[in-house]
Design a protein around this ligand. Structure first.
Ligand code: 5GP
Length: 188
């Protein structure tokens, strides 16, 4: 079996609920691990260092990129986000399934590095629902919501580049669908 199938990339517009779905997936299937990204964004209330992200300054992030410690990175809503190499290689070498929850540009770069990785795009049921989820989160400014909604329209066009597309109607059903796609991917 190709080891790259253990690498699962999940994307979807901000607010589509992908992080909640992946958290639930981990709870039900704890053998699946999730990569923790580096970011220059400030922590939201309740987020934890090393659990949600590795938070760092722009200079620290740039140093990591320069030292070759970052597999892929992208700018999103004025901040940088990147996947540390250490989160991925060791796991797929050892046959551990690892999920990257990243935006579309980074997903394209991962696909170039690992052409056989399993890519899944999560769609919200509608734009109205997406906006209401973003607002309901209560963590973004009006300006950030506007930028994230504009980016969502662009991101949705990338869905065709993914191996599979799932709709996040309910967290449980979406997580189960993703689990089945991961298992199917591992059989290839
Ligand atoms: P948020 O600020 O909402 O946590 O994340 C903003 C966007 O950045 C989301 O689409 C999220 O999936 C994406 N993201 C998180 N980590 C990474 C990463 O390591 N690389 C890339 N390319 N995108 C990431």
């Amino acid at each position: 079996m190709n080891k790259e199938r253990h690498l699962v990339v999940i994307s979807g517009p901000s607010g589509c609920g992908k992080d909640t779905v992946v958290k639930y997936l981990r709870k039900v299937h704890p053998e699946i691990e999730v990569s923790v990204s580096a970011t220059t964004r400030a922590p939201r209330s309740g987020e934890k260092e090393g659990v949600d992200y590795y938070y760092m300054s722009r200079a620290q992030f740039e140093d990591k990129v320069k030292n070759g410690e970052i597999l892929e990175y992208a700018q999103y809503d004025k901040n940088f986000y990147g996947t540390p190499k250490s989160e991925v290689d060791r796991r797929i070498e050892n046959g551990i399934t690892v999920v990257l929850v990243i935006e579309v540009e980074g997903a394209g770069n991962i696909r170039r590095l690992y052409p056989d990785c399993n890519t899944i795009f999560v769609r919200p049921p509608s734009y109205e629902e997406l906006e209401s989820r973003l607002r309901g989160r209560g963590t973004e400014t009006e300006e950030s919501i506007r930028r994230r909604m504009a980016r969502a329209v662009e991101e949705m066009e990338y869905a065709v580049d993914y191996n599979s597309v799932v709709v996040n109607d309910t967290v449980e059903s979406c997580a189960e669908e993703i689990y089945e796609l991961i298992c199917k991917g591992l059989q290839k």
